[in-house]
Design a protein around this ligand. Structure first.
Ligand code: ATP
Ligand code: PRP
Length: 219
């Protein structure tokens, strides 16, 4: 018997949009997955050949890149931040849309614009450093895992780099978006080595998600 395929999904916002797509690709975790009291992190699927693990968004990429999970769904923000060579992201699922942006207080001092060194609060230090470096600016990143919007008013940083969708969080915290680093959407990801050793199963999975994404686009 072949080993179960482990499919990793983020536990938060992408999940709601991802579950119907997964179901159409035959990945349906058992009822425990939807039971809020269930503390299990791994769920067998109806097909008996797949298990779904529910982890934090950044950890989806880590599990798949190391081959602990063979495939999964994660935002392109996470893929670009890690840039794992063993991660293959063949299908844009056209869900989980947002953008990674720079923001600053709406009354920021003008001379900040000409600074060659900035302090930036972010969950994405690699993408942030790269973006500023390309513009000749050295970004000193303060890594936060949430509530980035507090950093400028409390003097932790002068800018933030964070995900923006409606813009409400920025507005309600007195910040304005000054540049867009990256448009973001969720992707199917696959471990490259697993694709080589199990080309039939993972190849089929890619084709199924590819067809679903194309269908959604055409609709
Ligand atoms: N408005 C938004 N804010 C944050 N993430 C968004 C937004 N819209 C879409 N996304 C996508 O959702 C992903 C976050 O997923 P999720 O909420 O599952 O993370 P998480 O694992 O709960 O995060 P955390 O590490 O904060 O617990 C982002 O990486 C991004 O790709
Ligand atoms: O533009 P908006 O529609 O307001 O969405 C953007 C906000 O959503 C995300 O935070 P999330 O709610 O995931 O909480 P977090 O700060 O814990 O990451 C993100 O980090 C922003 O704070």
């Amino acid at each position: 018997m072949t080993a179960k395929l482990t499919f990793a999904v983020p536990k938060g916002r992408i999940l709601e949009e991802a579950l119907p797509l997964m179901a159409r690709a035959g990945i349906v975790p058992d009822a425990g997955f939807h039971d809020k009291k269930n503390r299990s992190l791994s769920f067998d699927c109806e097909d008996g050949q797949t298990r779904v693990i529910r982890v934090r968004a950044f950890d989806v990429a880590t599990f798949v890149a190391h081959g602990a999970a063979q495939a999964g769904i994660v935002g392109s923000d996470v893929i670009e931040e890690f840039d794992y060579p063993d991660l293959y992201a063949p299908v844009d699922l056209d869900i989980g849309h947002c953008r990674l942006s720079i923001a600053e207080p709406k009354d920021a001092a003008e001379n900040e614009d000409k600074a060659s060194h900035l302090r930036v609060a972010t969950k994405y230090p690699n993408l942030t450093r790269r973006w500023f470096e390309a513009r000749g600016i050295q970004a000193e990143c303060v890594k936060l895992n949430g509530a980035m919007e507090l950093a400028p008013s409390l003097g932790l940083a002068t800018r933030i780099v964070d995900l923006v969708s409606t813009g409400t969080t920025l507005r309600e915290n007195g910040l304005v978006e000054t540049a867009k680093l990256l448009p973001v959407s969720a992707r199917l990801i696959v471990n490259r080595a697993a694709l080589k050793t199990d080309p039939e199963r993972l190849g089929n999975l890619i084709e199924q998600f590819r067809a679903l994404a194309a269908e959604a686009k055409a609709a």
